[in-house]
Ligand binder design. Structure first.
Ligand SMILES: *Cc1c(COP(=O)(O)O)cnc(C)c1O
Length: 372
């Protein structure tokens, strides 16, 4: 067998006729910036999330940045404020914080959940802490009692980096229904980067918030800071959502839950069939994951990866170098002692998982690991 890590043409193949059709519609419409396609996708995303104001933007990093800039405009954040953020996140979470002139305070993950270790949050709070950016890494909800308690106790703004978690659901004690990730905090950033569970055919992102003022500030900030034509309220950016991508996303959104269900079936196969003394699985403990990635850990990661490649199984690493060890953060964050983050960077391995992957292929991957 030959199993690629992720083949985007196969992800999009079931949608190809509908994608062709809407591309033609957008081309014929003459509306290439903003307009009805973007408004319609914003409406559909809000419905999917069961409410909230959605602002379509250029990508996930810009969505995060606009949330932080929006809170600055509203006087709820100011340069130098500290934001708690998991140390093992994708670098974009940290870039958004530093680009907004805020200070990322890196908190170690749990070796079990691979998500932020929420029991460390309380100790990380200082008199400068104003916000907490939770990242639902690999699609695993990062939301629990300890997180909510710290946020409430210190009046922190809670921002969700929901780039990897569309369709994941958090579990909250005392509530029967499981609220969707991306609708838990004060504001959430979505990414529709092509490899994400809801992927565009280019760059796209969105902000969701229940705060009407924040939504309108962000809408203006993303459009040169302009609240109406030729009137610039803020020193804004150009971070608008491309209507062609909005139209593509509106085609794909109705299939997201089915595609996520399929990913969960593949994950369940991995959960039950992978048995190896040197390989650790990290089953999701609270809530429901969309399995953006299925991640295992092993101290023999690089040799396991080679073994799997020899068996025709492609894998990936999310992420080989943590943000604080990237050259751009050498002088600011490079001195941090983050042993768990660094250990995970050496041990994590992402297995193939996709809406098109067959059960037989998943069983083959599990068997190839068991033969290591
Ligand atoms: C993909 C991703 C982003 C950035 O999204 P883009 O659309 O690529 O800018 C931010 N945070 C996390 C956790 C991501 O996985």
């Amino acid at each position: 067998m030959n199993i690629t890590f992720l083949d985007l043409s196969r992800v999009n193949a079931p949608h190809s006729a509908a994608l062709d059709e809407v591309a033609r519609r957008v081309i014929a419409s003459g509306r290439y910036i903003g307009g009805p396609e973007v408004a319609e996708f914003e409406r559909q995303l809000s419905l999917y999330q069961q409410g909230g104001e959605v602002v379509g933007v250029s990508n996930g990093l810009d969505a995060l940045r606009l949330i932080l800039e929006g809170f600055k405009v509203m006087g709820r954040l100011k340069p130098g404020d500290e934001i708690l953020v998991p140390a093992n996140t994708y670098v974009a979470s940290i870039l958004a914080i530093s680009q907004a002139g805020l200070v990322p305070v890196l908190v170690e993950p749990s070796e079990r959940t691979l998500n932020l270790d929420t029991s460390l949050l309380e100790k990380a709070v200082t008199r400068h802490t104003r916000a907490l950016m939770t990242v639902h890494l690999y699609g695993t909800p990062c939301w629990d009692e300890a997180l909510m308690e710290t946020a409430t106790k210190h009046g922190l703004l809670v921002i969700e980096d929901n780039a990897q978690a569309m369709g994941s659901q958090a579990s909250i004690k005392g509530y029967n229904n499981l609220p969707k990730c991306g609708s838990l905090g004060h504001a959430a950033a979505f990414s529709f980067y092509p490899t994400k569970n809801l992927g565009a055919l280019g760059d796209a992102g969105a902000v969701l918030t229940h705060d009407q003022e924040l939504a309108s500030v962000i809408r203006a900030l993303a459009n040169y800071g302009s609240d109406r034509r030729y009137h610039n309220l803020y020193v804004g950016f150009n971070c608008r959502m491309d209507p062609l991508q909005a139209a593509f996303l509106a085609v794909k959104l109705p299939s997201l839950d089915t595609e996520n269900d399929h990913r969960r079936e593949i994950a369940a196969i991995y959960d039950t069939h992978i048995h190896h003394p040197l390989v650790t699985l990290h089953p999701v403990e609270i809530g429901i994951s969309n399995y953006h990635q299925y991640v295992i850990t092993t101290p023999h990661r690089d040799t396991l990866r080679e073994h799997l490649a020899a068996q025709g199984v492609a894998t990936d690493i999310h992420y080989p170098t943590p943000p604080h060890l990237q050259p751009c953060y050498k002088t600011t964050l490079g001195g941090e002692r983050l042993p768990i983050t660094e250990k995970l960077a050496r041990q994590v391995l992402s297995l193939p998982i996709a809406p098109y992957l067959s059960r037989a292929e998943a069983l083959y991957v599990a068997e190839a690991i068991n033969n290591f």
